[in-house]
Design a protein around this ligand. Structure first.
Ligand code: ATP
Ligand code: MG
Length: 290
């Protein structure tokens, strides 16, 4: 078996190693479960990787349909085992395809319990292998749980996914309201819509309520929509990645538009310089909130 550490280095190490980490963290969340967070996480991550960005998917959801299932890999250990000192970071990382790795995570409930200084130091040292990552996409659990909020708080950009269903919209709004306490802006993706027009109409309604009820200059932005497409479920059943299987579909175009807009936003934004832009910096931010 090929050594995991070598594989990891092959995947994330670039020829021109940049001196300072520049990783951007995008958290994908929702109010209600089952609205497409994992689908959007996986497919946008693959699109970022296909363009040539170095990407990690961080699975912060411990729900049933985990990212390892969607990506057809088997993870037996996760970041908790690393933080407990039971294995190394390299051992848990799963190479998915060129430029893309999966980091099996934890919902946050447990991560913060393990604060052994020695293990953290080793972890942060090991995590320097990940300094070349351009993007980390975090698939969070649904709902407004305290620990999900920690991930949202530590991320650079947060995307709230919803579907046109009224209950999902109400729950999405609850997430937006709570998250607006510590984020100046949030993005939304309207999933399983008929078309972009329907997405815009729903977004306008949510945005109107947000504008009336959340002041402090908070800004909600529709970053895109994804149409309802039965082939998405088909890809999941076949354990294939939708954007790889249907690269010319309208739904793939929807997903590409989201990626384009994210790149535009993130590459043109002067990021908060006080933040450490590395995977270890992200975990530090998580822990420091506790
Ligand atoms: N645009 C879409 N069109 C049709 N079906 C979709 C679409 N997006 C997601 N689905 C389907 O919806 C279901 C839920 O998707 P997914 O698992 O990505 O949601 P989730 O928000 O991650 O769920 P959970 O909260 O359980 O983690 C899946 O069966 C998936 O195939
Ligand atoms: Mg999910």
């Amino acid at each position: 078996m090929q050594n995991q550490a070598t594989k990891l280095k092959d995947i994330v190490a670039s020829d021109t190693k940049k001196d300072t980490p520049h990783t951007k963290f995008i958290a994908i969340t929702s109010g209600k479960g089952g609205v497409g967070k994992s689908t959007i996480s996986v497919n946008t991550a693959v699109l970022f990787a296909d363009i040539g960005y170095k990407v990690a998917l961080f699975d912060a959801d411990i729900g049933l349909a985990n990212l390892d299932v969607l990506l057809n890999v088997r993870c037996t250990k996760n970041i908790l085992n690393v933080l407990k000192g039971e294995c190394s970071l390299d051992e848990i990382i799963m190479p998915i395809k060129e430029n893309l790795i999966l980091i099996p995570g934890d919902s946050g409930d447990e991560i913060l319990k393990y604060s052994d200084q020695f293990i953290y130091e080793r972890f942060f040292e090991e995590a320097s292998n990940l300094n070349d990552l351009d993007y980390v996409i975090i698939d969070t659990g649904a709902g407004i749980g305290e620990h999900t909020q920690l991930f949202l708080n530590a991320a650079d950009e947060v995307i709230v996914v919803t579907i046109p269903d009224p209950a999902a919209i109400t729950d999405a709004y609850a997430t937006i309201k709570i998250t607006s306490k510590f984020k100046s802006h949030l993005h939304m993706v309207l999933n399983m819509v008929r078309n972009a027009k329907e997405a815009q109409m729903i977004f306008n309604k949510i945005n109107k309520v947000a504008k009336e009820n959340i002041n402090n200059g908070f800004n909600l932005n529709l970053i895109g929509s994804v149409q309802n497409d039965k082939n998405i479920a088909k890809s999941i059943r076949n354990r294939t990645i939708f954007v790889d299987e249907y690269p010319n579909s309208l739904t793939c175009r929807d997903l590409k538009n989201i990626v384009k807009k994210l790149i535009f936003k993130l590459e043109h934004k002067v990021l908060d310089d006080t933040k450490e832009k590395s995977f270890s910096g992200f975990i530090k931010r998580l822990i420091e909130q506790f």
